[in-house]
Design a protein around this ligand. Structure first.
Ligand SMILES: Cc1cc2nc3c(=O)[nH]c(=O)nc-3n(C[C@H](O)[C@H](O)[C@H](O)COP(=O)(O)OP(=O)(O)OC[C@H]3O[C@@H](n4cnc5c(N)ncnc54)[C@H](O)[C@@H]3O)c2cc1C
Length: 461
């Protein structure tokens, strides 16, 4: 097993030794060249090859397939979109919002379908999702969310559960109710991303690993430039590097890296599971502004994820940021707070990684017919399912085909750039602290901080 296994439990248990594939060693030409072997790049390659098996498609990856967020995430394959339905409706209207959300429900099933068809043992399990009200103060959030779904005609896919009904599913402390979405799944992220890479190779695609794209050019001769030469692409290039795109000069302010961190328990005993329930293995979160997400793994562990690691000046990304003891310790404490019978439980893994956040939190999936540059980015931590939708949209845009997905609000758009430093650092650090203060005040029954309306307005998504 190579050193890449240390980046997450998922890579460690992906079922292969993670030896890098050969790097690009000289200039060459293909039809479509893709930067990044995470879900975005791989789904795009997959659907291109599915629609046109003769196409020459190459993916160029700086490390190995799944090195980024795709090999480290919380395993939620969820129809949840980074921008809330309420804000989507405000920005794009009822019909476009409804179409997007329906496409997201279908996307969860599409991921499951491909896992089956390609024999990807990615532990896909459609157990639904629970958005909990932990504390009475979180009840208004789930009721408001439900009212929006109702207005959009999607009430039957999002039902409110009482505290008791929720506890019958999973015995979490301090639960007052939940919004239940059946159309949501859990996956093993490492097995999905590594399996997809193999599926692409079986279909004739090429993946170059340990090859960094230093820059790119569009126009008459689109290409990716690497230390060993250039990868020319007759039909176009795709930039699918998510948070890491901020390292390319021209995209430095297009996405901001935000770290999400995870802890993992040892496998629970049957006795512990019988006290907790969680037999349907739903993915679970509360309604904290500072984000938490829980997953029951196929081998019976609890994964607890949270944001909270501080943003680092100038959008720096480094291995050191994958571990932040304050955030990891608080996640370990949270597991026992959520599940008191687990007092004394052991934790075997802690990791993290950067997700890509655009200025308006809205993913952008675009292909420019003039520059022949495509991109899929900005999933704001909700990319496991969304990348599949993005891959299908990009394949259509590149091949000039239409299935209607290309008119969804995430297609053919871009977000405005983040502010320059030090403004970016000041604003993001302020927001991170303000949202944490609002959560703490609500949890401790204290008055809302005086700046809460400003912070909530800035963080609206
Ligand atoms: C800790 C964590 C938990 C998350 N949990 C969830 C979850 O439970 N559910 C959910 O829906 N989403 C979750 N997300 C978000 C989700 O994982 C991402 O949105 C998704 O994986 C993005 O896929 P991607 O392919 O666009 O990017 P990545 O997976 O980040 O892939 C980008 C790839 O591009 C490569 N690359 C970048 N720059 C270059 C370059 N110059 N040259 C060559 N290669 C390059 C990188 O090495 C990387 O492999 C989480 C993210 C994190 C970090």
């Amino acid at each position: 097993m190579t050193g890449y296994a240390k980046y997450s439990f998922w890579l460690e248990t992906a079922g292969e030794d993670l030896s890098p594939r050969p790097a690009l060693f000289r200039s060459t030409e293909v039809d479509v060249a893709i930067l990044g072997a995470g879900y975005s790049g791989l789904w795009t390659a997959y659907y291109l090859l599915l629609q046109d098996p003769g196409l020459r498609v190459a993916v160029v990856e700086k490390e190995i397939a799944g090195f980024g967020a795709s090999g480290r995430n919380g395993g939620w394959c969820s129809p949840k979109f980074p921008v809330t339905p309420a804000v989507l409706e405000e920005r794009h209207g009822r019909e476009a919002t409804r179409s997007l959300l329906l496409a997201m429900y279908d996307t969860v099933d599409e991921v499951g379908r491909v896992c089956e068809e390609e024999h990807l043992d990615a532990h896909f399990h459609k157990g639904g999702s629970l958005s909990l009200a932990r504390g009475a103060h979180q009840l208004p959030a789930i009721r408001a969310a439900r009212a929006v779904y109702e207005r959009l005609g999607l009430g039957d896919r999002n039902t409110l559960l009482t505290g008791e009904e929720t506890r019958e599913r999973v015995n979490v402390s301090d639960v007052y109710g939940a919004l239940y979405t059946p159309q949501s799944a859990r996956i093993h992220p490492g097995r999905l991303v590594r399996g997809l890479a193999h599926a692409i190779e079986r279909r004739g695609g090429t993946i170059y690993e340990q090859t960094e794209v230093l820059s790119f050019e569009g126009g008459a001769a689109p290409r990716l430039l690497t230390p060993a030469g250039e990868l020319r692409a007759r039909q176009g290039i795709v930039l699918a590097g998510e948070a890491y795109l901020s390292r390319l000069r021209s995209l430095h302010r297009a996405v901001m890296p935000v770290y999400s961190l995870i802890v993992l328990t040892e496998p629970l005993t049957p006795g512990q599971w019988s006290r907790i329930g969680w037999q349907n293995q739903e993915t679970i979160s509360s309604n904290r502004l500072t984000v938490d997400y829980l997953t029951r793994t196929a081998d019976g562990r609890i994964l607890f994820g949270s944001r909270g690691a501080p943003y680092v000046f100038a959008s720096k990304i480094s291995d050191e940021q994958d571990r932040h003891e304050i955030t990891h310790s608080s996640a370990r404490r949270a597991v026992v707070d959520w599940f008191p019978p687990l007092e004394g439980i052991g934790f075997t893994h802690a990791w993290g990684g950067p997700l890509g956040m655009p200025r308006d939190w809205m993913p952008a999936v675009a292909f420019d017919l003039v520059t022949r540059i495509g991109t899929a980015r900005g999933y704001t931590g909700q990319g496991v399912a969304t990348t599949n939708l993005a891959g299908r949209i990009l394949a259509n845009l590149i091949l000039g085909r239409s299935t209607g997905l290309e008119t969804l609000p995430l297609a053919q758009r871009r977000s405005r750039n983040w502010e320059t430093e030090p403004l970016r650092w000041l604003a993001v650090r302020y927001m991170q602290q303000a949202l944490a203060r609002i959560d703490e005040a609500a949890e401790n029954g204290r008055a809302r901080p005086i700046d809460a309306p400003i912070a909530e307005l800035l963080g609206r998504h």
